[in-house]
Each structure stands twice: as structure tokens, then as C-alpha cells.
Design a binder for this molecule. Structure first.
Ligand code: ADP
Ligand code: MG
Length: 296
């Protein structure tokens, strides 16, 4: 059985006990659908290469927080290869994971809204603190989320909610099979050493991504473009690789400057590496964020 979306692309009709009602997104890595079971329970279903989907489901299961998406079930997909699937799926065994349906907008869309009211710094830090606290069990197990960014956070009435553990899943598979040579993650959130081929993941990559996200939400622009605007993607790649904390954060007022220097330092040895220390730094910033974020 196959359902149709409003633009009449054929989609898989069923995943386990769930019937697809809508296609939500197609990316390079996955296709995400909205679906419901016969009790009317709505879920989001992510379809992708089976080993990655299984690893992603396992990572989601390591955490339990209202600020992190909840997994529901996982399974193998053996239905047809459909026209809306990314070419990277072809010939691979596929799997799906069902998770709670997040009814909101992602922060990147929020940030692109006209007449945007920027987040209040205290609120930003408070919300991100809650997400970070939720990630603690994952970090304690030596895993990372790997892709903390505005695109992967939903703004909901209950607060901000993080989803998309795909890159962390790829790294957790890499921990057993060796790390690949592809740079994974998004520009503007990457610790500079992530540009090195085959870099072994560090917990501080997540802390760095969180620091970059806090900066973006509180200032409305990337820390990379704080001092001079980015003109092209190439310039962004170069700046991200050559990021210099002393240069980029020198003009921030305290306590923001010292926070960013410890969390988003270009030298991994000068970055906070321990999850509890990271939470203490965030807590400290949360208490002092009302001192204001100024570029002085
Ligand atoms: N649980 C969910 N509830 C609602 N929409 C979701 C959910 N998970 C993903 N989506 C939608 O699908 C898109 C892609 O999902 P994501 O997990 O980020 O995939 P990818 O790993 O391919 O980036 C998201 O940007 C969002 O619009
Ligand atoms: Mg994503």
C-alpha cells in the first residue's frame, strides 16, 4: 500500500503499526514522515540506512528529558525503494525509527522569521542548560550528539527540544569500525579539528556546538561573522577551520567572553572537556547572563 503527499510523490504506506500521513522532509541522510497508528497516536518516522538508524535509536534511548526527542520504536524497512528517497539509500538495507512527533518550528526557521524578536540571553542559556543536562547520560557513555545546531532544535510550548542523533550514530558506528575520512557536521558549529580527516570525536565537540548555538541565539549571528560578515560559503569554511578564539571573542563583554573562550576555544586542550565542568560553566553563565551580552 502506498500513500501520497500533497505533491503526489509516492511514499511508503506503512512502518510497523504506523500509517504514513505526510512526508515532512527529505535530506541527504534521511527521509522523515508523519504517521499515526490506529489509536490515533502521531509519530515522526525517520527512514535511513539500517545500521545508522539502529545506532541513532540506541543513542536516543540513552537519554530521557522533556528537552530531547523521545524514541518510540525501530524496525527494518523492506518495502519499495521510492522516488523520493535520496540516491545514497539505493542498494542499502533500510531501517526506520519512530519517535514522538514534535509539533513546532526548528530554530533556523525561527531565526529567519521577519520582525524576529531575538531570544533574551538568560532564556537562551536556561533552555540550552536543560538540553545539556538531558545529554549528560549520553556523554557519560562516551557518545556524542555530534550535530547540535539550530536546524536540529525545535521550539515547542514546553521549551526547546533537541533531535537528530544521526551524526552521533555515525560516530558510534565508527567507534567499532574506524572513523571515516568525511567531515561530518555543519559549518558554524564545528570545532576546527573536525575538519581533519578521520578525527576521533571528542565530547568537547558537543560543548563547542552548544556554545556556537547559544551565541547565535543570543546575538542573532554566527560567532564566525561577529567581527566581519561572512560573504561566501568558502569564506565560512576558511573561518571555521582557522577560527581563533582570541580574535573572535576578544570584544565580548564578561561573562560571555570567558565562557566562549573555555567552550569554543580553537585548541581542544584549552577547551572544557568534562561534561560536569561544562554544566558548571553553563550554570555560571546562566546566573550572570543578565549582565548582558555586549560586543565592547
Ligand atoms: N520528531 C520529529 N517531529 C517532527 N518533525 C521532525 C522530527 N524529526 C525530524 N523532523 C523533521 O525532519 C527534518 C529532518 O530530520 P533530521 O532528524 O534532522 O534528519 P537529518 O539527520 O537528515 O538531518 C527536520 O528538520 C524536521 O523538519
Ligand atoms: Mg538534521
Amino acid at each position: 500500500m502506498a500513500g501520497t503527499t500533497s505533491n503526489t510523490i509516492v511514499v511508503p504506506g506503512r512502518f510497523g503499526s504506523y500509517t504514513v500521513t505526510k512526508r515532512l522532509a527529505t535530506t541527504f541522510m534521511s527521509v522523515v514522515y508523519k504517521a499515526q497508528n490506529n489509536q490515533g497516536r502521531e509519530v515522526a518516522i525517520k527512514l535511513g540506512p539500517r545500521n545508522e538508524i539502529k545506532a541513532e535509536y540506541d543513542l536516543m534511548g540513552q537519554v530521557s528529558s522533556p528537552h530531547i526527542v523521545k524514541p518510540v520504536s525501530t524496525g527494518c524497512y523492506s518495502g519499495p525503494q521510492c522516488v523520493d528517497m535520496p540516491a545514497s539509500f539505493y542498494g542499502k538495507p533500510l531501517g526506520y525509527l519512530a519517535m514522538e512527533f514534535l509539533e513546532g518550528i526548528t530554530l533556523d526557521k525561527y531565526l529567519r522569521r521577519p520582525n524576529l524578536c531575538h531570544f533574551i540571553p538568560e532564556e537562551v542559556v536556561d533552555q540550552i542548560f536543560k538540553i545539556s543536562e538531558g545529554l549528560l547520560p549520553l556523554w557519560d557513555n562516551g557518545n556524542i550528539h555530534g550535530d547540535i545546531k539550530a536546524y536540529n532544535v525545535m521550539d515547542l510550548p514546553r521549551g526547546l527540544v533537541l533531535f537528530d542523533f544521526n551524526i552521533g550514530a555515525i560516530y558510534s558506528i565508527g567507534a567499532q569500525n574506524g572513523y571515516g575520512s568525511v567531515v561530518l557536521g555543519s559549518l558554524g558549529y564545528l570545532a576546527p579539528e573536525r575538519h581533519l580527516h578521520g578525527a576521533v570525536p571528542l565530547l568537547s565537540w558537543d560543548f563547542f556546538g552548544i556554545g556556537a548555538l547559544i551565541y547565535l541565539l543570543a546575538c542573532g549571528k554566527s560567532y564566525l561573522s561577529a567581527r566581519d560578515p561572512l560573504k561566501s560559503k568558502e569564506q565560512m569554511i576558511l573561518k571555521s577551520r582557522d577560527h581563533d578564539a582570541e580574535y573572535n571573542f576578544k570584544f565580548l563583554s564578561e561573562p560571555w567572553r570567558s565562557f566562549m573562550m573555555k567552550i569554543c576555544h580553537h585548541d581542544p586542550n584549552r577547551r572544557v572537556a568534562d561534561p560536569r565542568r561544562f554544566l558548571c560553566e553553563l550554570e555560571e553563565l546562566r546566573r550572570k547572563a543578565s549582565d548582558g551580552l555586549k560586543i565592547v
